[in-house]
Design a protein around this ligand. Structure first.
Ligand SMILES: *[C@@H]1O[C@H](CO)[C@@H](O)[C@H](O)[C@H]1NC(C)=O
Ligand SMILES: *[C@@H]1O[C@H](CO)[C@@H](O)[C@H](O)[C@H]1NC(C)=O
Length: 342
């Protein structure tokens, strides 16, 4: 009996304390909304007052009018209130009293990946994909671990068949159901001449899909020393607009019918060589550049090759070209190359 009574009492306390926790968190949520609103309002006031202050002091007035002095005092007061509110909000955050909605607007809810690597592949190249899975990409838990622990996301990238839903598309869907390592570009139709468009779409969609410091494009016949590759990227200076690769120029083909014929050959200086650009086998851009592609994709024109196209977008921007010889996949492993063509 005694035991039961104390049990009931205990239950009552638990319920009561649950209710008070509930009330308290509701109160906290409203409080934080209020604080956020105030912060915004105060920030606006502060901008106005700071401008006023600048105007007054910038004019070199040695004597301030009473009204001006009041404004300055008011401004200092506002600043004090603002920093007080900021501290309150920070404290509330730390104690977990800020509603989920508010904390979700925080800049980095998830940890940012180091790099997203897209291996551009095509139909009928399953043997290449399997070779890459075995050699350096990994599968299943290895792939997942690479993602969660090292921040390296690796996916094959492919579009859709021109006969949407045919056996080619189904083949890719089945392969992906097993391996779970294919990034399907749903609004891209696979065709060899569409590779530049595909590269553009990959960067645009990857930037929207994953938050990473770098985005890399790799061909599906390239072997990558993945650990050394990640180390090289992690060691780069953290600049917003980097374009890293094996920089070269390459021949412009102006004769119609040749394999790499460039219809716009006359645009390229002497019509014999391109401007400097990263070789298409493997190159890397930073998040800001991938975002730039994503936002401006409808304006960015493509040329006959994907690497020339990417190079042309960046040659007119404030971008740092990093000539990284280790990304030259035709040189041998012994010279420190991080990749090798097959
Ligand atoms: C690439 O995309 C553009 C714009 O969507 C389109 O006009 C063009 O035909 C596509 N293909 C090639 C080879 O440029
Ligand atoms: C291109 O992208 C940048 C963001 O990198 C954006 O600020 C700019 O407005 C875009 N330009 C156009 C014409 O959409």
């Amino acid at each position: 009996m005694q035991k039961r009574e104390s049990g009931v009492r205990f239950m009552g306390m638990v319920i009561r304390s649950r209710i008070s926790v509930l009330l308290f968190s509701m109160f906290s949520a409203f409080a934080s909304l209020y604080v956020a609103g105030r912060l915004w309002q105060d920030a606006e006031n502060r901008v106005y007052l700071a401008k006023e202050l600048d105007r007054i002091t910038g004019q070199g007035k040695s004597v301030l009018s009473v009204a001006d002095s009041w404004k300055i005092i008011e401004c200092r007061e506002q600043q004090k209130i603002l920093s007080g509110l900021e501290m309150e909000l920070a404290a509330a955050r730390q104690e977990g009293f800020v509603s989920k909605l508010l904390s979700e607007t925080d800049k980095s809810p998830k940890r940012r990946s180091l790099v997203v690597i897209g291996i551009l592949t095509g139909f009928g190249r399953k043997s290449n994909r399997d070779a890459i899975r075995k050699a350096w990409m990994g599968t299943g838990t290895t792939l997942k671990k690479m993602e969660d622990q090292k921040g390296i996301v690796i996916r094959f990238v492919i579009g859709r068949s021109s006969n949407r839903g045919d056996s080619l598309d189904r083949g890719i869907d089945n392969e992906n159901a097993l391996a779970n390592d294919i990034f399907i570009l749903d609004n891209h139709v696979e065709a060899p001449e569409e590779l530049p468009n595909k590269t553009k779409l990959f960067f645009a969609q990857a930037a929207e899909h994953w938050d990473a410091r770098y985005y890399a494009k790799v061909n599906d016949d390239v072997y990558v020393n993945i650990d050394a590759f990640a180390d090289t990227l992690a060691a780069q200076v953290d600049k917003p607009r980097l374009y890293i690769g094996c920089m070269r120029s390459g021949e412009v083909f102006s004769e119609k019918g040749k394999r790499w014929y460039e219809p716009d050959w006359w645009k390229f200086g002497d019509g014999k060589t391109y401007f400097r650009h990263a070789s298409g086998e493997m190159f890397v851009i930073t998040k800001a550049l991938a975002k730039f592609i994503s936002i401006n994709k409808s304006l960015l024109r493509t040329y006959a090759h994907d690497d020339i196209s990417v190079g042309s977008w960046f040659i007119g921007l404030d971008v740092k070209h990093v000539d990284e010889k280790k990304f030259c996949c035709s040189s041998s492993w012994s010279t420190g190359a991080l990749c090798s063509g097959v």
